[in-house]
Design a protein around this ligand. Structure first.
Ligand SMILES: C[S@@+](CC[C@H](N)C(=O)[O-])C[C@H]1O[C@@H](n2cnc3c(N)ncnc32)[C@H](O)[C@@H]1O
Length: 242
């Protein structure tokens, strides 16, 4: 039951209100040797459209893909883009793009068995001189203790209890219970995959791409960001088979 994504995208945005979306978008634009106004960008897992809006403002011609209808609805209100319902590993678009992004744990929503197909799908949507940027969230495979988060939604208080527990198939149950200012109880459980960076590097190195890992989108970000370009197979991550 993914109530947060499907029914309460406004609450999702409240939880993410401190996230530095500008920093992520700047990370991508700084990698480009072209004017964004000359680029078609595919955003995978666009969520509520916060990066989408900034990419569109930067001048990109944005196509955005998102499998959760509630998130997609809010994204349509947030940013001007061409939207499609769907996700990895079966993207609902046929074209190739100058830039492909999947930002903030989008890859961690696919199962271990889908990883290779998801990477192939992303790489397969790259133009010949394209750029692919996606991140791997550092999720704890052993799970963690419940944590409490109190935040503000339109000036009123919400509360959230969140915990991750190991599940079958090398996945994690991400469980959240939220109490909204309006007295609603929101239950959000979803499965995530705590990929090892080396696992992603090994899978990437079997595709026609050259990649470089970066330590986050900025100094305070604990994700690994994979920066990939089409090219002869192989990567540069220490210990990877590429
Ligand atoms: C943590 S959110 C990030 C959303 C947005 N990129 C942001 O930074 O706010 C992960 C997003 O990935 C979407 N998602 C889930 N499974 C997916 C899949 N298989 N392919 C693409 N996106 C997926 C979710 O619906 C959600 O919107």
């Amino acid at each position: 039951m993914e109530q947060l994504y499907t029914e309460y995208p406004v609450l999702y945005d409240a939880i993410q209100s401190d996230w530095d979306y500008n920093r992520d978008v700047t990370f991508v634009t700084d990698l480009l040797d072209r004017d964004p106004r000359d680029c078609r960008l595919l955003e995978i897992g666009c969520g509520t459209g916060n990066h989408t809006r900034l990419f569109a403002d930067a001048g990109f011609d944005v196509t955005a893909v998102e499998p959760n209808e509630g998130m997609l609805r809010r994204a349509r209100e947030t940013a001007d883009a061409s939207y499609h319902d769907g996700g990895l590993p079966d993207l609902p678009v046929a074209d190739t793009f100058d830039v492909v992004v999947a930002i903030r744990g989008v890859i961690n929503h696919v199962s271990p068995g889908e990883l290779d197909a998801a990477l192939a799908d992303m790489v397969g949507h790259l133009a010949a001189d394209g750029l692919l940027v996606f991140d791997n969230s550092p999720l704890p495979p052993e799970g963690n203790s419940p944590a409490i988060d109190i935040g503000s939604l339109n000036g009123d208080q919400y509360a959230r209890v969140v915990q991750m527990n190991p599940g079958p198939g090398d996945r994690l149950h991400w469980d959240q219970i939220l109490l909204t200012p309006g007295g609603e109880v929101v239950v959000d459980t979803r499965e995530m995959t705590p990929f090892d960076d080396l696992e992603i590097a090994a899978a990437l190195s079997t595709h026609d791409t050259v990649f470089e890992p970066a330590d986050g989108f900025g100094p305070a970000d604990s994700r690994t960001v994979f920066v990939c370009r089409p090219g002869s197979r192989g990567g540069r991550l220490s210990g990877s088979p590429g």
